[in-house]
Each structure stands twice: as structure tokens, then as C-alpha cells.
Write a protein that binds this ligand. Structure first.
Ligand code: SF4
Length: 335
């Protein structure tokens, strides 16, 4: 069958990405602006790039909300800011034993990576000690990669985490530089970039992504994808906006499933070799189209998110296997 002119255009972008050439911003924008009728052709292009760099592998991540709802920052999408009446559980940092037990549970769920996250501007000295102790025990006892997400870091704090054995640090840019002041005023985009650089300097891998659908333009999404490329991050979690009650963005409507898929395809084509994760808001935004996201993304969270539930490990695993993809654990990947 001869490919249509539109199909050939998407295949041309796929070939360009596979060759390691950087897409033009206008080409990335065209992915987001494509007609819905072209969705499968766009996903096919993303899939070719995914297959080239990551095969049919899927890496599962389990998130642990290690300290919930106590953050003094004011990110407009976040239910964990103390000023927000969101009805979530609020608690201080969990104990070393609880954090290590969480890693064991994650390993039981075939998780490649276990991420301990705290809701705060950054860790106190005491919190850093607890996290580092937990990391050392997990490194000793559980065959799993360790990620932490602790807010803003100094270079000294980053070095302490790396020394304890943290493989990867998560800190999201959330959106474009231009749109960031609309969602947060208590810290800056450059504060976030400085933390990403500190984590890299300390020798940790960096996980850094954002949220699709907070009122930003399509061009903002492109700018985020290119900012992450410029920072050379190792992993991009693409979250889909899930309005939380009580937050300043509670009234913003969700992005459509097709919009979410086009965004994932764009992130894949702009960042061909990077781990791309379909992250928070997956189930409620992609809905029946969830399995299609696997054609662009090569990782996902299982067992829910920081303050919201997911569809559960068994359904996640069935979805992956029925779509012909394969869950890979850390030990099998040489960890
Ligand atoms: S810094 Fe993190 S935990 Fe705090 S309000 Fe912003 S997103 Fe939420």
C-alpha cells in the first residue's frame, strides 16, 4: 500500500529522529496540531522511534509519597500545598522502615524503579538523613533502582544523596519557561533548572518532565520538550493534567485522550533515546486509549500516584501484555 503524503511526512520525522537529528520546533508543533484523522500515522512514527531505541520494553515505576501535603510552595496544580483544601492525607516524613518496606512491595510488583517523593520546597538536614539511611538499606536488601524526588536541592545535598546510593533524582520543569510564572510564584523556573544541574553534577541520572493541559499553549509544550532535550535528561515523565479539588486550577478542563497521545508522540520524536513515561493522570485522561500510549512511551507508573489512585498493578500488567509489550525488571536489565 502506498503511504499518503501525510503518512510520508510523519515517517520522514521518524527517520530524522532515528538518525539522531533534532526536529525543528515547527515540526514538533505540527505533531501537536495534526488532524485527529492522522493520529494513527503520528503514533506509528513515534512507535518506530520507540522500537529503535527501546524495543517493546516497559519499565514500571512505583511512587512512594514519603511526606504528604506539607509543602509551603504554591504550585497551582498541586494538592499538596498547605494552602489548599484538597482533602488529602497530610503526614510528616515516613520512617526508614516504612520506606524500605515500600521498596520491597515495589519489587513484588515487578517495578524497575522505586521513587520516594516528599512534598516540600526541599529536604531538611534531618529528612535527608532519613532518606539516605533508607536508600542505603534498600541498596543492600532490594534489587531495584532508586529514585528520589525531594524538591529543590543544593549541590551538597545532591552529593549526599548520590553518595548514599540514589541512582536518579526527579525534579520536573512542569511547563515552559514562559508559562511557569503562571503556575508558581514561590520559586522560579531557574531554581528548578539549578536543581537539575546539581543532580547531574553529583552523578545522578535525572528524571524531569511536566504536565500537559494546565492552560498552556501547544507551543509551550514544544518548548518544554526542547528544554528537556537541552538539559539532556535521562527520563521524561509526561503527566496529564488531573484537576484537583481546592487548587487554583481546579476549574481547568482535562486534555482529551487524543491530545495526550499527540503530546506523547511529540516528546518521543523530540527526545528519541530518552525514557518517556506516561505518568500521572494516565487512567483518567487517556481512558480507553491508554494502551495506545505504549507506542510512544516506554515506561509508566503502576499502583497509583502521589495523591490519587491508579487502576492497579494487575490491570496495568494485563494491558501491557495484551498489547504485546514486555515488563523489564532492573535485575534483568543488568542492575
Ligand atoms: S513544590 Fe512540589 S509539593 Fe510543593 S506545591 Fe510545588 S509541586 Fe506541590
Amino acid at each position: 500500500m502506498i503511504a499518503s503524503e501525510e503518512q510520508q511526512n510523519w515517517l520522514r520525522l521518524a527517520e530524522k529522529a532515528r538518525r539522531g537529528e533534532t526536529l525543528e520546533r515547527e515540526e514538533a508543533l505540527a505533531v501537536l496540531e495534526s488532524q485527529d484523522d492522522e493520529l494513527l500515522a503520528v503514533l506509528d512514527a513515534a512507535f518506530r522511534v520507540r522500537l529503535h531505541g527501546h524495543g517493546r520494553e516497559v519499565r514500571l515505576h512505583v511512587l512512594r509519597n514519603a511526606k504528604s501535603g506539607t509543602c509551603l510552595e504554591n504550585c497551582a496544580f498541586c494538592s499538596q500545598s498547605v494552602g489548599v483544601d484538597s482533602g488529602i492525607q497530610r503526614y510528616k516524613l515516613q520512617t526508614v522502615e516504612q520506606l524500605v518496606e515500600g521498596a520491597r512491595e515495589a519489587h513484588d510488583r515487578q517495578a524497575f524503579r522505586y521513587c520516594m517523593a516528599t512534598a516540600s520546597r526541599g529536604p531538611s538536614d534531618g529528612e535527608l538523613e532519613v532518606i539516605c539511611k533508607a536508600v542505603e538499606e534498600i541498596r543492600h536488601d532490594v534489587p531495584i533502582e532508586i529514585c528520589t524526588s525531594l524538591g529543590l536541592l543544593t549541590e551538597e545535598q545532591a552529593a549526599r544523596l548520590a553518595h548514599a546510593g540514589v541512582h536518579r533524582f526527579n525534579h520536573n520543569l512542569e511547563t515552559s519557561r514562559d508559562y511557569f510564572p503562571k503556575i508558581c510564584s514561590t520559586h522560579t523556573y531557574d531554581d528548578r533548572v539549578a536543581t537539575i544541574r546539581a543532580a547531574k553534577k553529583a552523578g545522578m541520572d535525572v528524571c524531569c518532565g511536566g504536565i500537559i493541559g494546565m492552560g498552556e499553549t501547544l507551543r509551550d509544550r514544544v518548548e518544554l520538550a526542547f528544554a528537556l532535550k537541552d538539559l539532556d535528561v535521562d527520563s521524561i515523565p509526561v503527566n496529564f493534567f488531573d484537576p484537583r479539588p481546592g487548587t487554583p486550577l481546579a476549574h481547568v478542563p482535562r486534555p482529551s485522550p487524543v491530545e495526550c497521545l499527540k503530546a506523547l508522540a511529540m516528546f518521543r520524536l523530540v527526545n528519541p533515546k530518552t525514557e518517556i513515561r506516561m505518568a500521572g493522570g494516565r487512567e483518567v485522561n487517556l481512558r480507553h486509549l491508554q494502551p495506545l500510549a505504549l507506542y510512544a512511551a516506554n515506561s509508566m507508573f503502576t499502583e497509583g500516584y502521589l495523591t490519587t489512585a491508579g487502576q492497579g498493578y494487575e490491570r496495568d500488567r494485563a494491558m501491557i501484555e495484551e498489547a504485546g509489550f514486555v515488563v523489564v525488571e532492573w535485575s534483568a536489565a543488568g542492575g
